[in-house]
Write a protein that binds this ligand. Structure first.
Ligand SMILES: NC(=O)c1ccc[n+]([C@@H]2O[C@H](COP(=O)([O-])OP(=O)(O)OC[C@H]3O[C@@H](n4cnc5c(N)ncnc54)[C@H](OP(=O)(O)O)[C@@H]3O)[C@@H](O)[C@H]2O)c1
Length: 248
């Protein structure tokens, strides 16, 4: 039996891409899923598919930029399933453009979703995990959390922040002996809906070209499952997963 069996896993951004692929992979391994995103129709369809295949899941429409909604999501998970074993902190946006284009609204959005959203989710699950002295927080950073490139400045800044938050959280929990594992996942180009969040035509053209060799979202889902299914005294702290042909 997989060690994922009966683990309660919250997935933010479960309505598409990596989040959706992770939900499908983890339900096949017996996890109890708590699906969150803003698009209810997509969550509902995924929820129905999981139940039809004999899996267990609940869903809640949640905007990760709302601290209150994130707290309500964790409360819902605890009420329905009694515990939270894993958070897949995955929701993210990538509206890329050169700084001189002054897309300040998009900067705000990236900071709100990619940084504050990640922090709010950690805040929502940490108390109950600490109380149980057990838990696993998996944050989606990116190779953009390791590199910086023109046009990706703000996005890279948010993904560097996610990596710093992962490492800080890891050290704090290790120091406190809470048995909470932290995994930072840094994908390269992955086929998903992420590119649709870039509106700048020049950036979009370059990204469309770059993403021609993108790997599928299931590749990342498999690595997330690998991190979860390690014995509880083993923490996979950092994973970079690129298409084999990706340079940077
Ligand atoms: N695809 C790649 O090449 C790649 C590479 C490196 C890292 N990543 C990271 O992987 C993560 C998942 O991205 P993806 O590629 O799977 O893209 P995606 O298909 O666009 O999925 C993004 C998810 O985030 C959710 N989301 C966005 N804003 C939200 C908000 N305010 N509140 C709640 N949910 C929100 C979306 O759901 P709703 O719109 O329904 O809310 C969607 O489910 C992101 O953090 C991304 O930065 C992706």
């Amino acid at each position: 039996m997989s060690t994922i069996q009966d683990k309660v896993v919250i997935i933010t951004g479960a309505s598409s891409g990596i989040g959706e692929a992770t939900a499908k992979d983890l339900t096949s391994k017996g996890a109890k899923l708590v699906l969150a995103a803003r698009r209810e129709d997509r969550l509902k369809a995924l929820h129905e598919e999981i139940l039809k295949s004999g899996g267990q899941a609940i869903y809640k429409v949640t905007d990760v930029t709302s601290h209150e909604q994130m707290e309500e999501l964790a409360e819902y998970a605890l009420k329905e399933y009694g515990k939270i074993d894993v958070l897949v902190n995955n929701a993210g946006v990538m509206p890329q453009a050169f700084l001189f284009n002054k897309k300040v609204d998009e900067w705000d959005k990236m900071i709100d979703v990619n940084i504050k959203g990640v922090l709010y989710a950690i805040a929502a699950v940490l108390p109950s995990m600490r109380e149980r002295k057990s838990g696993h927080i998996i944050n989606l950073s990116s190779v953009a959390g390791h590199n910086v490139y023109p046009g990706g400045t703000v996005y890279c800044g948010t993904k560097h922040a996610v990596r710093a938050i992962s490492e800080g959280l890891r050290q704090e929990e290790a120091m406190s002996g809470t048995n909470i594992r932290v995994t930072n996942v840094s994908p390269g180009a992955v086929s998903s809906e992420l590119l649709t969040t870039t509106t700048d035509p020049e950036m979009k053209a370059g990204l469309d070209e770059f993403y021609k060799t993108a790997i599928d979202a299931e590749s990342i889902a498999r690595t997330i499952a690998f991190a979860i299914e390690q014995p509880s005294d083993v923490a996979i702290n950092e994973m970079i997963i690129r298409p084999t042909v990706q340079m940077g």
